[in-house]
Design a protein around this ligand. Structure first.
Ligand code: KDG
Ligand code: MG
Length: 402
């Protein structure tokens, strides 16, 4: 089975998505998500200008070989643009292999280890009361795990807060907006949020919180300790993770579990974090981490060190990525939890899919391949619009991690 066409589709049904579409001489179509929030067109160009021409005439069945050809053959290794591009090819090839074999992708990955992937939803509110209310809505909808984010008094534009009960979407149309950050105010406020949630709903479900890379190791150690009474499932991205050994300091002070890795793109970004057991969950998504092939390598290493999966699943990862994640989720022994932010109706219209939410979990589709399609006519109705993630500054104007 040979690839005869490789094409990139950029569409913006509510937000931007980049999709690679491969077609074979047998008329099969494979899809891969190539969306890199705020840098979409860089990946579109990498694929269109430098990768698609190399795919024409290739044997679509040679997934591992193609991965190595694109990774080693480029000479320039790793990085989000390269690894998102390789991931899109890899996922499209798994989709094709499933369709050629008339099997859902999880069957090719060894078959089910579980029936469905338990997910966590996003409760948020500008105030503690609003956030507590939203947690209740998720519990009533059947979720067994909820991430909670809330506004911090005196700090406008806090990460993860949509405002007035709206779902949160971090990318903003136009040039990057700027937000202000105050570590001391945040550290004072967040334990009260979790005290209020546990006080109202008890301990019989999982709670999570995303720090979004804003603290230093010693600040993160303090937060982890302050949150211990509320038994979090994880504290996410407590510090920027370039300095992997920095996590020793956090780990030495708190038993609050740590999840990291939504911005990682290769096993090398988390080798030390995993092998020194400095984290509990790895969050690298299929679409930024070199695809199913490379993500399985990361999770294979993680399994040896009691680290579980907690794949990123924000709205900037398309339904193609979410479907791929679900096939991995149900087929690996060390699954932890899957993030789930439901996509907009426009996004679902462009990407019809067979995965579905039921009883706090997502079920991977049973169709051959990934079980996701792209409606190109609908996609064409939503042209690309420039949009960026915010830039963060301290009160004195210093640029801070967002
Ligand atoms: O593109 C950035 C978002 O995906 C990110 O801010 C969302 O941190 C995030 C999460 O945990 O979903
Ligand atoms: Mg996050």
């Amino acid at each position: 089975m040979k690839i005869i066409e490789a094409r990139v589709i950029v569409t913006s049904p509510g937000r931007n998505f980049v999709t690679l579409k491969l077609t074979t001489d047998e008329g099969l179509v494979g899809l891969g998500d190539a969306t890199l929030n705020g840098r979409e067109l860089a990946v579109a160009s990498y694929l269109t200008d430098h990768v698609c021409p190399l795919l024409i005439g290739r044997d679509a069945g040679r997934i591992e070989d193609t991965w190595n050809y694109l990774y080693k053959g480029a000479y320039w290794r790793r990085g989000p643009v390269t690894m998102t591009s390789i991931a899109a090819v890899d996922v499209a090839l798994w989709d094709l292999k499933g369709k050629a074999a008339a099997l859902p992708v999880y069957q090719l990955l060894g078959g089910r280890c579980r029936d469905a992937a338990t997910v966590y939803g996003h409760a948020n509110g500008e105030t503690v009361d609003e956030a507590v209310e939203q947690v209740g809505a998720y519990l009533r909808a059947g979720y067994r795990a909820v991430r909670v984010q809330a506004g911090v008094p005196g700090v406008a534009g806090i990460y993860g807060v949509g405002g007035h009960g709206q779902p949160y979407e971090p990318a903003v149309a136009g040039l990057p907006p700027e937000t202000v950050w105050d570590t001391a105010a945040y550290l004072r406020h967040i334990p009260d949020l979790f005290a209020a949630v546990r006080d109202k709903y008890g301990f019989d479900f999982h709670l999570l919180h995303d720090v979004h890379h804003r603290l230093t190791p010693i600040e993160a150690a303090r937060l982890g300790r302050d949150l211990e009474p509320y038994r979090l499932f994880w504290m996410e991205d407590p510090v920027p993770a370039e300095l992997q050994e920095g996590f020793r300091l956090i780990r030495g002070h708190t038993t609050t579990p740590i999840a990291v890795g939504e911005v990682f793109n290769a096993v090398w970004d988390c080798r030390q974090l995993i092998s020194e057991q400095l984290i509990d969950f790895v969050r690298t998504p299929v679409s930024h981490g070199g695809g199913i092939t490379h993500l399985r390598r990361i999770l294979g290493l993680a399994e040896l060190y009691h680290v579980r999966s907690g794949f990123h699943g924000a709205t900037d990862l398309s339904p193609v990525c979410l479907a791929a994640a679900l096939h991995v989720d149900v087929s690996i022994p060390n699954f932890g939890l899957q993030e789930y932010m439901a996509h907009s109706a426009e996004t679902d219209e462009v990407f019809p899919h067979s995965y579905r939410f039921e009883d706090g979990a997502l079920l991977a589709g049973e169709e051959p391949g990934l079980g996701v399609d792209i409606d190109e006519e609908a996609a064409a109705r939503y042209p690309y619009r420039a949009a960026y993630l915010p830039v963060n500054r301290l009160r004195d104007g210093t640029v801070h991690s967002w």
